[in-house]
Design a protein around this ligand. Sequence first.
Ligand SMILES: NC(=O)c1ccc[n+]([C@@H]2O[C@H](COP(=O)([O-])OP(=O)(O)OC[C@H]3O[C@@H](n4cnc5c(N)ncnc54)[C@H](OP(=O)(O)O)[C@@H]3O)[C@@H](O)[C@H]2O)c1
Length: 245
Amino acid sequence: MTDRLLREQDMSDQRVAIITGASQGIGAGLVAAYREIGYAVVANSRSIQSGDDPKVAAVPGDISDPATAERIVKTALDRFGRIDTLVNNAGIFVAKPFTDYTPEDYKNVLNINVGGFFYLTQQVIEPMLRQGGGHIVNITTTLVESARSDIPSVLASVSKGGLAAATKSLAIEYADRGIRVNAVAPGMIATPLQGGATPEQLAQYHPMKKAGTVEDVAHGVIYLERAPLVTGEFLHIDGGQSAGR
Ligand SMILES: NC(=O)c1ccc[n+]([C@@H]2O[C@H](COP(=O)([O-])OP(=O)(O)OC[C@H]3O[C@@H](n4cnc5c(N)ncnc54)[C@H](OP(=O)(O)O)[C@@H]3O)[C@@H](O)[C@H]2O)c1
């Protein structure tokens, strides 16, 4: 078989995931998890760099810029020929008492957490419909449903709560056209976002008294990937935080 035929055959069998916020933390764990199940990955973040794996295409860029979404989708289609999954993972967390938030905080959190979801999700719908289906996962936070007085963070609730609502809305809009839309709501996961808090400190927020790892979150996302009848679902990966205390 010629190289071209081999490449075409490879492209037609190859499943492809787009993962945003992929340079560290949960996003980097998701890249590893999707590679492990054989997906090619288009990985985005502002600082992301290409590595040695030819099945990972890095697309640096700010996800709040619609032009970044266009470049991500173009790269996925040019390089791998299709888009099966999008994980909207890139996000920032700004926790402050409500009246301390500045207009700049509001703009940044909404532009990245909501704008990033909005522009890129719009762009993947058409290729997914053309292929007959796809899967979109939005990374939210368990704080949407279980707010805490010791972590005041209304902008996380506004932005991730918006994604949670959009998850159900999009799941229903596309339910009979093969696109599933789910959300994963992490609790306290040991990543750079937690600013150096130790796993022991993070564990105190979870009734299970165990901090989360990026692998815990990746397991949840891969479960949803392999659950063909599940759509519009919120999967909490939070050691019981959302269940009560
Ligand atoms: N860790 C937790 O306990 C926890 C809990 C609940 C929810 N979450 C959510 O899980 C997601 C991942 O969190 P994490 O803990 O892995 O955070 P993290 O360690 O801070 O990583 C965030 C990732 O997002 C990227 N990013 C930030 N701003 C971006 C932008 N404007 N455009 C593109 N990429 C951007 C960062 O890379 P660059 O700097 O290179 O852009 C990085 O790769 C976030 O949505 C967060 O809200 C985390």
